[in-house]
Design a protein around this ligand. Sequence first.
Ligand SMILES: Nc1ncnc2c1ncn2[C@@H]1O[C@H](COP(=O)(O)OP(=O)(O)OP(=O)(O)O)[C@@H](O)[C@H]1O
Ligand SMILES: [Mg+2]
Length: 232
Amino acid sequence: MLLQVSSLTAGYGGADIIKGISIEVRQGEIVTIAGTNGAGKSTLSKSIVGLVPKVSGSILLNGRDLLKVSPENRSALGLGYVPQVSNVFGSLNVLDNLKVVRNVKDKPRKIQEMIALFPPLGAKLKLPAQTLSGGERQMLAVARALMSDPTLVILDEPTAALSPSLVEQVFRLVARLPEQGVAVLMVEQRARQALSISHRGYILDQGSVVLSGTSEGLLSDSRMAQLYLGRH
Ligand SMILES: Nc1ncnc2c1ncn2[C@@H]1O[C@H](COP(=O)(O)OP(=O)(O)OP(=O)(O)O)[C@@H](O)[C@H]1O
Ligand SMILES: [Mg+2]
């Protein structure tokens, strides 16, 4: 087991937003978290990364309890994160966006690796990130997360606000990550498309898991159709 989240409760000081959630990600897996706006998907991912003030329960990554590790040190334990918004530095060029990532062992080698993995970035190294297309920007955000050799990367709505062809492009990119030795926990509102490249999924509603299972199982579950699919 790579990531084991057990009875996680989390919030920002008022009422709990995440109410006793347990989820797992195994080595080599892509796991989708879906659910409507405000269900708590970003709060769940931020809790794992360490960006939510009030968290209880346990979060084990490779057997290490992340709640005992400061947010800054979690990336050194193999955790990568691409936030829903502000996931690149718009005024920095592509190369500098990669250079400023911390906890990277051999930075020049890693940058070359990212350019090989994402050729469109290599062609735009000196351009400010804010001039990239939406898909290229997501590519850069993912490349930044991969710089520190994560064993698990958390992607918060990587296809939000992208045109349909870019959505396809980003899902193809995500589908390739397990080949790089990177497991993926992906928050997505495009549940059907996300599940089609995932092994398993969890559906959140009001801070709780209301459905979970294999992608095939979820995609053929009539409750899914009623609840969350077909929104996109
Ligand atoms: N920084 C914050 N402070 C206080 N409340 C917050 C904060 N961030 C989120 N919330 C509240 O937590 C709840 C869940 O928000 P969250 O962002 O986790 O939902 P989400 O499932 O990611 O939604 P979306 O699909 O719109 O991104 C919402 O009611 C929101 O108002
Ligand atoms: Mg969100």
